[in-house]
Design a protein around this ligand. Structure first.
Ligand SMILES: Cc1cc2nc3c(=O)[nH]c(=O)nc-3n(C[C@H](O)[C@H](O)[C@H](O)COP(=O)(O)O)c2cc1C
Length: 186
């Protein structure tokens, strides 16, 4: 079984805690969690399945450990890898920049792989602008999605457990996993 590498950055622990809640659902023997502050580019190359967790800070900026690692991220060739994103933000506090960092990370990764999974509906959130939003064309014209799971531990923490259950089921299928999926009320 090829494992999933879950790489996160976190200033205040919210994204770290979400990383653990994802691993509990997909299986702690299936997911290797790495703090982006402690890794090198080489650790990325060990995985063909990746989950990247990033909060947005300081009005649309990348979280500081991801910022320090950014040149490495831009140099990684993600070809052959399947990648999912998790973004954390605050839709009322920073509604003009909601989840921007997830969008910026997505835009780097998509330069070298089309295998992005885990797109997520924008319904149920209230914000003004987001770089993490993508508008689908043609057959579903105008429908908007986030580029990954959108979580708001500041304004909607009570929704995170259900969102995590739904999204983990979605990426479990999209990754093609045959390992058990665990639904939690956490
Ligand atoms: C000073 C400050 C600036 C922030 N800027 C943004 C922002 O621009 N966009 C956004 O969506 N969230 C923003 N947030 C909210 C954080 O992304 C959110 O609290 C997140 O859960 C933090 O995750 P972490 O604990 O893993 O660092 C900001 C929070 C603070 C305190």
């Amino acid at each position: 079984m090829s494992k999933i590498g879950l790489f996160f950055g976190s200033d205040e622990g919210n994204t770290e805690s979400i990383a653990q809640r994802i691993a509990k659902r997909l299986g702690e023997d299936v997911v290797d969690i790495h703090d982006i502050g402690d890794v090198t580019q080489l650790e990325f190359l060990d995985y063909d399945k990746l989950i990247l967790g990033i909060p947005t800070w300081d009005f649309g900026q990348i979280q500081s450990d991801w910022e320090d690692f950014w040149d490495d991220v831009e140099a990684i060739n993600f070809a052959g890898k399947t990648v999912a994103f998790v973004g954390l933000g605050d839709q009322f506090g920073y509604g003009d920049f909601f989840l921007d960092a997830m969008g910026m990370l997505h835009d780097v990764v998509i330069k070298t792989t089309d295998n992005i999974i885990g797109y997520w509906p924008t319904e149920g959130y209230d914000y003004d602008a987001s770089k993490a939003e993508i508008t689908l064309g043609a057959e579903v014209a105008g429908k908007k999605l986030f580029m990954g799971l959108a979580l708001d531990e500041d304004q909607q923490p009570e929704l995170s457990s259900g969102r995590l259950n739904l999204w983990c089921a979605q990426i479990h299928a999209e990754f093609g996993l045959d390992t058990p999926l665990i639904e939690l009320d956490d």
